[in-house]
Design a protein around this ligand. Structure first.
Ligand code: FES
Length: 108
């Protein structure tokens, strides 16, 4: 996968999230402060996309990533599920870095 910007910091609320599609693959990007986190949009419980609504990945208090299907909660920074049917499992983190305010996936 080539390095390409997924999104810019200023495009996201703080905290906030959005979906990015690259070559038919769906990713979610979450902002907290000046940090951005990227994960593959796939719940470890069933493999379903995490969101039902466009760009809605966070819980009501915007403290956790929440799966819309069965409500599993994931830590924003680590992707670890801390409540729900897949507790202890992780979202698939996408290696990335911030450059000039934009989030880029690492080349693999
Ligand atoms: S599909 Fe995500 S918690 Fe069940």
């Amino acid at each position: 996968m080539s390095a390409q910007p997924l999104c810019h910091l200023h495009e996201l609320a703080n905290p906030g999230s959005r979906e990015v599609k690259i070559a038919d693959e769906s990713f979610l990007v979450v902002r907290r402060g000046q940090a951005l986190f990227a994960y593959r949009n796939r719940c470890p419980h069933t493999g379903a996309p995490l969101n039902l609504m466009p760009n809605r990945f966070l819980d009501y208090d915007r403290q956790y990533i929440q799966c819309s299907t069965h409500g599993a909660l994931f830590q924003i920074e680590s992707g670890k599920c801390i409540a729900g049917p897949c507790a202890g499992q992780y979202l698939e983190s996408m290696p990335c870095h911030i450059e000039n305010g934009a989030l880029h996936l690492e080349e693999t």
